[in-house]
Structures are given as C-alpha cells and as structure tokens.
Design a protein around this ligand. Structure first.
Ligand code: KG4
Ligand code: ZN
Length: 342
C-alpha cells in the first residue's frame, strides 16, 4: 500500500511517499531556517505562511519523485498533533481537502509516533518490544514500544527539551538557528571536560530536566567577560572558549540522555534501544549511544540523519499501520497543539 505522508508540525514543510510502511519512494523536506534565523528561533506566524506557500509544490514533488499519482495512493497520512497550531492547520487542511476531493482515506498521525517509528524506515528494523528515546526541539521522552500503536511513556522532560537547550545555548553564544548542528560542529573542536556543567539525573525517575544546565551556561558566559554599559547583550567570547563551552554543554546533555536510557534498559529489561528526533542527529549522542549498546549488550537503532529531523516519511510509515487497522479520520479532523503519545 502506498501512503502519502504530510508533515507541517513545525518549520519544515514535508511530503513523502512510502510503500508498506518501510520503503521510501520519496521524502521531500522544504526547510525554513533562513526565514527564522535572524530571529534566533521559530516565528509561528511566518512558519504558517511559508507552509501555505510550499505545501502544494512539496506534495507535487513527492508524488513526481516517487513516480506515482494520487490514484495510486491507499491513504493520505497527515501529522495533526502536537506542534505549532497554525503550522499543523495548513497540513491538516490540505490533507483533508485532498482526501475529500479524491476520495482517498485519511489517517491522522501523532508526530511523536512518526519519530518513534522512524527506525522502521531503515534496515535492520527493531523488533518489539524496544525502548525509544525521542529527543527533538519540542520533546525529550523515553518510551517503551510494545507493538505498533502500543506505547508507554516512561519519562519526559519537566522543562526544556534537549533541542530547545541546544538552540538557546547557540543563541547565547551568538551563533545561528537551529543551534543543534552549530553546537555539534563547534563541540568537535572543544574540550568536553573544560567546564563541569551540572547534570540533572533526577535519580527517582526517568524524567529529564535541562533548564538548570541552560542557566548554568548563561551564568558561565556572563562571568567570562564585561558587558558594555547598559547593554543587555552577552559578552563576545574567543572561539576556543566558545568551543569548550559547546563541548562541555554537549557532554552534559549526552551524559544525562545516555544514563537515563541505560536505567530504562535495566528497569524494563528491554535490550533494544532506538534513537529518534532532531537531536538524534547529534554526532556525540549517536556515538555514545552506540558505545553504551556495545558495552551492555544492547541493540541500538539509529536512523540516518535525514530520518531523525522532521520528515514526512515517518508520518507515512506510522500512517500505514493505522490504515491497516482502518483507523481513518473524516473532515472533522482538527489539529492539536498538545497531545501525549501512549
Ligand atoms: O525533530 P526536529 O527536526 O523537530 C522537532 O520536532 O522539534 O528537531 C529539531 C531540533 C532542533 O532543536 C535542532 O537544534 C536539533 O533538533 N538538532 C540537533 C542537531 N540537529 C538538529 N541537536 C543537536 N545536534 C544536532 N546535530
Ligand atoms: Zn519532530
């Protein structure tokens, strides 16, 4: 069965065609980094407007690249939650109109389920049950996945998501947006043990917290140089110091993510771990997760970077399993800014 997936949950307009939930025929992503970069973060209204511009050409390109037409589709799967409500509305409205006009079944997909099932778009695929660490700009959560559609949340961030912390630290250092890839690059040239930033292990739970770390980085930067009189800007630091801050911050984030995942493995006795979400593109995290797996006999699944960051192939993959169960939606489908998974 061919599924057209659509994702407009945040600042990427994406459409993909996926066969039988795992074979990617096309996966088109139109990003908006340049639009939001000068604001140091996503401006929701600008994101919605750009989605409106791009949704039709991106869907068109996904169909053309896959070499299929609307008549070949078994369903249209659209991400309806969670995300920026204005952005979600564009994808949902488009998908509903398309499904209605062409009489194609419509499937509503939770963005987090898309991330969680992204490891099924590569080989080898994980077997159930497996643990999933979803780390993105909006979420940092650990799940136990028992089957398609059966997920239990084991822990989540109590404040900032890991990606959000990356984006904010990048902004503090005067680097661009999105911050994750920039800090990742900068960290490669720095000393990860130069600064002992705090780690919130919250030993009583599998929850996360990154706001204390973010504040510690801010205080450190403030302590490193004078600010011009009356200026609210942070001091400009020399490149080697910025690299040390990036590397030490990254180590603090990755230490917590790895330790928590290891605890979940021990508590649940599940020796399969999949990594997902934009921060899963991080080279430090990918390497350390693999090392943790090798050391503790845990099978680790890390999708290619293009499937970690937001993309519609993961929405199509998740939509396929819902379409098999005939979990279809109608024209009354409404997007939701917040929706837990499991
Ligand atoms: O999953 P995603 O594309 O969108 C959301 O659903 O949020 O994740 C975006 C987040 C951003 O915060 C971005 O800075 C972060 O993923 N990110 C990274 C890297 N690439 C993207 N964080 C750390 N290292 C990276 N290489
Ligand atoms: Zn995402």
């Amino acid at each position: 069965m061919l599924i057209l997936g659509i994702d407009t949950s945040c600042d990427d307009t994406s459409a993909a065609v996926v066969e039988d939930g795992f074979r990617i025929l096309s996966n088109i992503v139109s990003g908006q980094e340049e639009i939001h970069a000068k604001y140091g973060g996503i401006v929701p209204e600008l994101a919605s407007r750009q989605h409106i511009e791009m949704i039709a050409p991106v869907v068109d390109e996904a169909l053309k690249t896959a070499g299929v037409t609307l008549d070949d589709l078994g369903a249209v799967a659209v991400c309806f939650a969670p995300g920026l409500i204005g952005s979600l509305l564009v994808g949902c409205s488009f998908a509903k109109a398309l499904a209605y006009a062409r009489n194609i079944p419509l499937v509503a997909v939770n963005h987090l389920e898309g991330h969680l099932l992204s490891p099924f778009l590569q080989s080898p695929q994980p077997e159930f049950p497996f643990l999933s660490l979803i780390v993105s700009g909006g979420h940092t959560s650990l799940y136990a996945a028992e089957d398609f559609g059966r997920y239990t949340e084991l822990g989540r961030t109590r404040d900032d998501a890991a990606g959000e912390a990356y984006d904010k630290v990048s902004k503090m250092l005067g680097c661009g947006y999105p911050g994750g890839p920039i800090i990742d690059l900068l960290a490669a040239g720095g000393n990860p043990v130069a600064i002992d930033f705090p780690r919130a292990y919250l030993p009583e739970s599998l929850d996360f917290s990154f706001s204390g770390l973010k504040t510690a980085v801010l205080n450190y930067i403030r302590s490193r140089g004078p600010r011009a009189n009356g200026e609210r800007r942070l001091p400009e630091l020399p490149e080697p110091m910025m690299a040390d801050i990036a590397a030490s911050f990254q180590k603090a984030v990755v230490d917590v993510l790895i330790r928590k995942t290891q605890w979940a493995v021990e508590q649940k006795g599940i020796k399969r771990v999949a990594l997902a979400g934009g921060v899963a593109a991080n080279r430090g995290l990918r390497k350390r997760m693999q090392e943790m797996g090798d050391e503790h006999g845990v099978q680790v699944f890390v999708p290619p970077v293009s499937l970690c960051t937001d993309n519609a192939a993961m929405i199509a993959a998740a939509g396929y399993h819902r379409a098999l169960k005939k979990e279809f939606s109608g024209p009354d489908l409404n997007p939701r800014a917040h929706l837990p998974l499991g």
